[in-house]
Design a protein around this ligand. Structure first.
Ligand code: FES
Length: 100
């Protein structure tokens, strides 16, 4: 039974991964472009709206030049150059998905 619950949880539960990799110097990295603030903002919004989604940090999604990057699992959708406007779109998608 535990295995069944685990499988259902993995299939149903969405997860937002926010890249927070921070490389020093002039190299591109999401952390150097403010992704920690994005992480905190998305976590706060998901909690405030009680959306069925985890928000976690991750180190590098291999789109460093296009950061800050956020990935939604299990969909696999990746948002690039995430800013406040895109955060609102991401939260709206989670809201829409949770209304299904
Ligand atoms: S540093 Fe964020 S995708 Fe590589």
């Amino acid at each position: 039974m535990v295995i069944l619950y685990t499988v259902v949880y993995i299939i149903v539960m969405k997860k937002l991964q926010v890249c927070v990799m921070h490389r020093g110097g002039p190299s591109a990295s999401c952390g150097a472009k403010g992704s920690q603030e994005i992480l905190h903002h998305l976590r706060a919004e998901v909690e405030r709206l009680e959306l069925p989604c985890e928000v976690e940090s991750i180190n590098c999604l291999l789109y460093c030049q296009q950061g800050p990057n956020v990935r939604l699992l299990p969909d696999g959708k990746i948002w690039h150059k995430v800013d406040a406007q895109l955060c609102a779109q991401i939260v709206q998608k989670l809201k829409d998905d949770s209304d299904c």
